[in-house]
Design a protein around this ligand. Structure first.
Ligand code: URA
Length: 190
Protein backbone atom coordinates (compact mmCIF):
# COMPACT_ATOMS: atom_id res chain seq x y z
CA UNK A 1 0.00 0.00 0.00
CA UNK A 2 1.32 3.48 -0.80
CA UNK A 3 1.94 5.79 2.12
CA UNK A 4 -0.66 8.45 1.36
CA UNK A 5 0.48 10.55 4.32
CA UNK A 6 4.06 10.58 3.08
CA UNK A 7 2.90 11.65 -0.38
CA UNK A 8 0.75 14.38 1.17
CA UNK A 9 3.68 15.61 3.28
CA UNK A 10 5.82 15.74 0.14
CA UNK A 11 3.07 17.72 -1.62
CA UNK A 12 2.98 20.21 1.24
CA UNK A 13 6.78 20.57 1.16
CA UNK A 14 6.72 21.12 -2.60
CA UNK A 15 3.92 23.69 -2.28
CA UNK A 16 6.33 26.25 -0.81
CA UNK A 17 9.43 25.20 -2.77
CA UNK A 18 11.95 27.87 -3.75
CA UNK A 19 14.72 25.56 -5.00
CA UNK A 20 14.78 27.15 -8.45
CA UNK A 21 13.82 30.41 -10.19
CA UNK A 22 10.53 28.96 -11.51
CA UNK A 23 9.13 29.62 -8.02
CA UNK A 24 9.03 33.35 -8.80
CA UNK A 25 6.68 33.13 -11.77
CA UNK A 26 4.29 30.40 -10.72
CA UNK A 27 0.72 30.79 -9.54
CA UNK A 28 1.00 27.52 -7.66
CA UNK A 29 3.01 24.31 -7.60
CA UNK A 30 1.49 21.58 -9.78
CA UNK A 31 2.47 18.52 -7.78
CA UNK A 32 0.54 15.68 -9.42
CA UNK A 33 -2.88 14.09 -9.47
CA UNK A 34 -4.49 10.68 -9.27
CA UNK A 35 -4.45 7.53 -7.21
CA UNK A 36 -1.42 7.26 -4.88
CA UNK A 37 -1.76 3.47 -5.21
CA UNK A 38 -1.87 3.49 -9.00
CA UNK A 39 -0.13 0.79 -11.02
CA UNK A 40 0.42 3.26 -13.84
CA UNK A 41 2.27 6.58 -13.64
CA UNK A 42 2.43 9.10 -16.49
CA UNK A 43 5.24 11.65 -16.41
CA UNK A 44 5.01 14.80 -18.55
CA UNK A 45 7.29 17.80 -18.87
CA UNK A 46 5.96 20.72 -16.88
CA UNK A 47 2.82 22.74 -16.27
CA UNK A 48 1.56 25.17 -18.89
CA UNK A 49 -0.63 28.21 -18.29
CA UNK A 50 -3.82 26.29 -17.65
CA UNK A 51 -2.14 23.81 -15.31
CA UNK A 52 -0.48 26.66 -13.41
CA UNK A 53 -3.92 28.23 -12.87
CA UNK A 54 -5.73 24.97 -12.07
CA UNK A 55 -2.99 23.41 -9.94
CA UNK A 56 -3.40 20.11 -11.81
CA UNK A 57 -1.28 18.51 -14.55
CA UNK A 58 -2.56 18.10 -18.10
CA UNK A 59 -5.83 20.02 -17.94
CA UNK A 60 -5.33 21.93 -21.24
CA UNK A 61 -5.56 20.65 -24.83
CA UNK A 62 -2.75 18.13 -24.36
CA UNK A 63 -4.45 16.86 -21.25
CA UNK A 64 -7.78 16.40 -23.00
CA UNK A 65 -6.02 14.25 -25.59
CA UNK A 66 -4.19 12.31 -22.89
CA UNK A 67 -7.48 11.67 -21.04
CA UNK A 68 -9.14 10.49 -24.25
CA UNK A 69 -6.35 8.15 -25.33
CA UNK A 70 -5.94 6.81 -21.79
CA UNK A 71 -9.64 5.96 -21.73
CA UNK A 72 -9.88 4.60 -25.26
CA UNK A 73 -6.72 2.47 -25.20
CA UNK A 74 -6.29 1.55 -21.52
CA UNK A 75 -9.81 1.99 -20.13
CA UNK A 76 -8.59 4.19 -17.28
CA UNK A 77 -9.52 7.66 -16.11
CA UNK A 78 -6.97 10.10 -14.67
CA UNK A 79 -8.31 9.30 -11.18
CA UNK A 80 -7.28 5.66 -11.63
CA UNK A 81 -3.65 6.32 -12.55
CA UNK A 82 -1.23 9.02 -11.39
CA UNK A 83 0.01 11.96 -13.48
CA UNK A 84 3.11 14.00 -12.61
CA UNK A 85 5.62 16.21 -14.39
CA UNK A 86 9.40 16.60 -14.49
CA UNK A 87 9.13 20.17 -13.20
CA UNK A 88 6.31 21.16 -10.88
CA UNK A 89 6.23 24.88 -11.72
CA UNK A 90 5.40 26.57 -15.01
CA UNK A 91 8.36 27.71 -17.09
CA UNK A 92 7.66 31.28 -18.32
CA UNK A 93 6.03 31.50 -21.77
CA UNK A 94 5.90 27.70 -21.83
CA UNK A 95 9.58 27.47 -22.66
CA UNK A 96 11.45 24.20 -22.10
CA UNK A 97 12.53 23.56 -18.52
CA UNK A 98 16.23 24.43 -18.03
CA UNK A 99 18.77 21.88 -16.76
CA UNK A 100 19.11 23.61 -13.36
CA UNK A 101 15.32 23.61 -12.94
CA UNK A 102 15.07 19.92 -13.83
CA UNK A 103 17.88 19.13 -11.41
CA UNK A 104 16.29 21.14 -8.59
CA UNK A 105 12.94 19.40 -9.08
CA UNK A 106 14.31 15.92 -9.65
CA UNK A 107 14.07 14.78 -5.97
CA UNK A 108 10.31 15.44 -5.93
CA UNK A 109 9.68 13.14 -8.89
CA UNK A 110 12.07 10.53 -7.50
CA UNK A 111 10.16 10.59 -4.20
CA UNK A 112 6.80 10.40 -5.96
CA UNK A 113 7.97 7.31 -7.85
CA UNK A 114 9.32 5.70 -4.71
CA UNK A 115 6.11 6.34 -2.72
CA UNK A 116 3.61 5.43 -5.46
CA UNK A 117 5.80 2.49 -6.57
CA UNK A 118 3.99 2.00 -9.91
CA UNK A 119 4.56 -1.17 -11.91
CA UNK A 120 4.50 0.82 -15.14
CA UNK A 121 5.78 4.32 -15.92
CA UNK A 122 4.83 5.95 -19.22
CA UNK A 123 7.10 8.88 -20.02
CA UNK A 124 5.52 11.50 -22.27
CA UNK A 125 8.07 13.09 -24.58
CA UNK A 126 11.77 13.83 -24.40
CA UNK A 127 12.19 15.48 -21.02
CA UNK A 128 10.77 12.77 -18.78
CA UNK A 129 12.23 10.00 -20.95
CA UNK A 130 15.74 11.43 -20.87
CA UNK A 131 15.57 12.15 -17.15
CA UNK A 132 14.23 8.79 -16.01
CA UNK A 133 16.28 6.68 -18.40
CA UNK A 134 19.37 8.85 -17.89
CA UNK A 135 19.91 8.93 -21.62
CA UNK A 136 20.52 11.50 -24.32
CA UNK A 137 18.70 9.40 -26.91
CA UNK A 138 15.54 10.96 -28.32
CA UNK A 139 11.90 9.95 -28.05
CA UNK A 140 11.52 8.94 -31.70
CA UNK A 141 14.19 6.31 -31.18
CA UNK A 142 12.97 5.12 -27.78
CA UNK A 143 9.19 5.20 -27.99
CA UNK A 144 7.33 1.93 -27.81
CA UNK A 145 10.23 0.07 -26.21
CA UNK A 146 10.10 -1.30 -22.68
CA UNK A 147 12.88 -0.53 -20.18
CA UNK A 148 13.52 -1.63 -16.61
CA UNK A 149 13.69 1.19 -14.06
CA UNK A 150 14.02 -0.19 -10.56
CA UNK A 151 10.88 -2.22 -9.85
CA UNK A 152 8.97 -0.61 -12.71
CA UNK A 153 8.77 -1.13 -16.44
CA UNK A 154 9.23 2.17 -18.25
CA UNK A 155 7.64 2.78 -21.63
CA UNK A 156 8.39 6.03 -23.44
CA UNK A 157 5.81 7.54 -25.78
CA UNK A 158 5.23 10.87 -27.46
CA UNK A 159 4.14 13.96 -25.59
CA UNK A 160 0.47 14.61 -26.40
CA UNK A 161 1.30 18.18 -27.48
CA UNK A 162 3.50 16.69 -30.21
CA UNK A 163 0.73 14.31 -31.25
CA UNK A 164 -1.70 17.25 -31.47
CA UNK A 165 0.70 18.95 -33.88
CA UNK A 166 1.81 15.88 -35.83
CA UNK A 167 -1.49 13.95 -35.93
CA UNK A 168 -1.85 10.85 -38.14
CA UNK A 169 0.97 8.42 -37.67
CA UNK A 170 2.13 9.86 -34.34
CA UNK A 171 -1.39 9.46 -32.97
CA UNK A 172 -1.49 5.83 -34.11
CA UNK A 173 1.93 5.19 -32.56
CA UNK A 174 0.92 6.74 -29.25
CA UNK A 175 -2.26 4.64 -29.23
CA UNK A 176 -0.19 1.51 -29.85
CA UNK A 177 2.19 2.49 -27.03
CA UNK A 178 -0.73 2.88 -24.61
CA UNK A 179 -2.02 -0.57 -25.56
CA UNK A 180 1.47 -1.87 -24.70
CA UNK A 181 1.26 -0.05 -21.36
CA UNK A 182 -2.11 -1.67 -20.66
CA UNK A 183 -0.59 -5.12 -21.26
CA UNK A 184 2.35 -4.32 -18.99
CA UNK A 185 -0.02 -3.24 -16.21
CA UNK A 186 -2.00 -6.47 -16.60
CA UNK A 187 1.21 -8.52 -16.57
CA UNK A 188 2.31 -6.74 -13.39
CA UNK A 189 -0.91 -7.72 -11.65
CA UNK A 190 -0.81 -11.37 -12.75
N1 URA B 1 2.38 19.48 -20.68
C1 URA B 1 3.05 18.79 -19.73
O1 URA B 1 4.10 18.22 -19.98
N2 URA B 1 2.53 18.74 -18.52
C2 URA B 1 1.38 19.32 -18.19
O2 URA B 1 0.97 19.20 -17.05
C3 URA B 1 0.69 20.03 -19.20
C4 URA B 1 1.21 20.10 -20.44
Amino acid sequence: MPDVDVLERLRLTAATCTRCPLAEGRTQVVFGVGDPGADLLFVGEGPGREEDLAGEPFVGRSGKLLDRLMWEEIGLTRAECYIANVVKCRPPNNRDPAPNEIEACRPYLAEQISIIDPSVIVTLGNFSTKLLLETTRGIRELRGQVFERGRARLLPTYHPAYVLRAGGEAMAEMRADLVRAKRLVAAGRA
